[in-house]
Design a protein around this ligand. Structure first.
Ligand code: GLC
Length: 428
């Protein structure tokens, strides 16, 4: 597939500008790092899977920033191996829930949950693309033991039963916060049972609806439950054995598990590249187990982007891929004018502007594009639609899938990063 870079050159420069604007220098445990925040409007710390994506773009024009961003993320690792979903910046106060509310200070200056484990995919990409080979090798040898520890944490605490599907303990861990696929589980948490101090804290400190447009953000009843879960885990001392066993929200998620499958493949390659004593085959087997489990459980009732898990995971079955690809390109479902909506257009839960309940998100498009190697025409169409949407409408967090108009915060880093990544990967 040969696509011409020239028509996107102007936007490429703007994308790099967004990332430069959002680059901060932060001191953690006496060490200084350069890293990118998702958005100045609200997301002013470091987010786990956002950072992985940022590094996949910055390696093309500032590889030291890519190394640093990943090192900074890993600096937040807990002793149990978890790499948290947020690594805080001590200077920033805008975001709620703040470090004090999480009550995680004895583990790290971070949140207490994780996010889709894109990290191994990002490290493999950064390692391969970095021009300074000596630094790349040093980087790999430094981060690999920590990455192994993270994957061992996920296996031990999130899939001890060996199902191939990982347990999430908070909707935020999925990266797709208010997706309707969590509604039935969240509704089991009775709002009346949420302690009044938690409710008051949310009323007083919830900032996203003040700095952003309320109607595009998660609903009040969802947000109360998100914060309630954090409060509960804090009371349990962030003990993950207890959390996974007793949480009112502990669910297996195919979307998260599909990233886990792809990441285990990436990790096995990293092991082979580094001559590490760890067994690449162990992680290949984990990936195979997840792919099998995803194939068997993909027929979900709630039609969200989690339907495409076999594509993200790299499931090989042509039959399965044909079935899903058909759903993807059905205009009444996921092939809107500006795809890919996070929820099928014909779902009763579809809401074109409310965060993960309808809008199109570049991150999902990126995973789809990378995963659609056996469907080159769909891949090319989605790629062009994604690039032109960003070129015409700017670097927003997400977009209305019918009109293309922005549905989230502006100058958003991973949208800029994805534009850069796709540009260098697919255009000449
Ligand atoms: C929101 C998104 C999540 C992302 C974060 C920072 O919480 O749902 O996926 O990582 O914002 O951009």
């Amino acid at each position: 597939m040969v696509l011409q870079r020239s028509k996107y050159k102007g936007t490429l420069d703007k994308a790099k500008g967004v990332l430069r604007e959002n680059t901060y220098t932060v001191k953690i445990k006496g060490k200084t790092y350069r890293r990118i925040i998702p958005s100045r409007s609200f997301y002013v710390h470091q987010w786990n899977w956002d950072s992985a994506i940022h590094a996949m773009a910055t390696v093309f024009f500032d590889e030291n920033l890519a190394f640093d961003e990943i090192r900074s993320l890993i600096s937040g690792q807990w002793t149990n191996g978890m790499i948290p979903h947020i690594v805080f910046n001590p200077e920033e106060k805008l975001y709620f829930p703040d470090p004090e509310f999480w009550g995680t200070d004895k583990f790290a200056f971070s949140s207490g949950i994780t996010q889709p484990p894109v990290l191994a995919i990002a490290i493999l990409h950064v390692y391969k693309k970095a021009k300074n080979r000596r630094k790349a090798k040093e980087f790999l040898l430094e981060v690999l033991p920590k990455l192994l520890k993270y994957h061992n944490y996920l296996k031990k605490y999130r899939d001890p039963e060996g199902s191939g599907l990982l347990t999430l303990v908070h909707p935020w861990e999925s990266g797709t916060d208010n997706s309707p696929r969590f509604d039935a589980y969240l509704s089991k948490i009775n709002i009346k049972e949420i302690p009044s101090d938690v409710i008051q804290t949310v009323r007083k400190y919830r900032t996203d609806i003040k700095v952003g447009v309320k109607e595009t953000r998660p609903r009040d009843e969802d947000y109360l439950r998100y914060i309630y879960l954090i409060d509960l885990y804090k009371k349990w001392g962030w003990d993950y054995k207890t959390i996974v066993k007793r949480s009112p929200f502990a669910i297996k998620d195919v979307f998260f598990s599909s990233i886990w499958a792809a990441s285990n493949m990436a990790l096995s390659q990293l092991i082979e590249l580094s001559d590490s004593k760890s067994k690449a085959s162990y992680f290949k087997n984990l990936a195979a187990q997840s792919k099998r489990a995803i194939s068997e459980s993909f027929n979900i009732k709630e039609p969200t982007i989690a339907l495409f898990a076999p594509i993200f995971a790299g499931v090989e079955s042509e039959n399965k891929l044909d079935t899903i690809a058909k759903i993807l390109i059905t205009p009444k479902k996921f092939w809107s004018k500006f795809p890919v909506p996070s929820v099928s257009l014909d779902s009763l839960d579809f809401d074109s502007t409310r965060y993960w309940r309808g809008p199109s998100w570049p991150i999902i498009n990126m995973f789809l594009i990378d995963g659609l190697s056996s469907k080159p025409t769909i891949r090319k169409n989605l790629l062009e639609k994604t690039m032109t949407l960003i070129k015409k409408n700017g670097f927003f967090e997400c977009y209305d899938p019918k009109t293309g108009s922005p549905a989230g915060f502006p100058n958003f880093s991973w949208t800029a990063a994805i534009f850069i990544y796709l540009y260098y990967k697919y255009y000449l």
